[in-house]
Design a protein around this ligand. Structure first.
Ligand SMILES: [Zn+2]
Length: 182
């Protein structure tokens, strides 16, 4: 499961309906709308939580993040392992390479499924936009370095699954994303 922000009852209903087993909970970055439901899902499934260590400080700010968006704090989240560059995440016959892509947050990661040419982009890259960098831990210079580094190094036909909004491709964003062209 990637980025269980909330609505864990709904998530678990889908898991049961399809007879699935949650093996790992991978967090692309420690913003509350991506990690807020992780502990509840971990308690329900026993699956470990994986998050890049550079976002541990942000994870300690979940109470403050909750006040930003006017929701109750989800409480403390216990991470089991840090994941970063050089790591991979394997589920069944699927393997994703972990790309550390700081900028939206210090510990932001993307997951690249090379055989499927699919990128789970967290809040680093959106269709026609990029992640905001004005929150604590954000850096415009770093997100641009991440985008022009490991992200745009991927093949044009890579399907991008952003943390919010519609799907896109690396080629589409390379050609027309206003933050990346010119
Ligand atoms: Zn975010």
């Amino acid at each position: 499961m990637i980025d269980p922000g909330d609505d864990i009852e709904d998530v678990l209903a889908i898991v049961r309906q399809h007879g699935l087993t949650v093996k790992q909970i991978v967090i692309t970055h420690a913003h509350i709308d991506h990690v807020g439901g992780a502990m509840k899902l971990k308690r329900a499934t026993g699956a470990p939580i994986l998050l890049n260590q550079n976002d541990y400080a942000l994870l300690k700010m979940l109470d403050i993040q909750a006040t930003w968006i006017g929701m109750p704090s989800p409480g403390k989240v216990d991470v089991d392992n840090s994941i970063g560059n050089g790591d991979s995440v394997t589920i069944g016959n699927l393997t994703a390479d972990v790309l550390h892509t700081p900028g939206h947050t210090e510990g932001s990661i993307c997951l690249y499924f090379a055989p499927q040419k699919k990128l789970i982009a967290g809040d680093t890259l959106f269709a026609g936009s990029i992640g905001r960098t004005d929150l604590p831990g954000g850096s415009y210079e770093k997100i641009m370095a991440s985008l022009h580094g490991p992200v745009l190094a991927l093949p044009d036909e890579t399907i991008v699954v952003p943390g919010h909004g519609p799907l896109t491709t690396i080629g589409e964003e390379r050609a027309s994303n206003p933050f990346l062209v010119g």
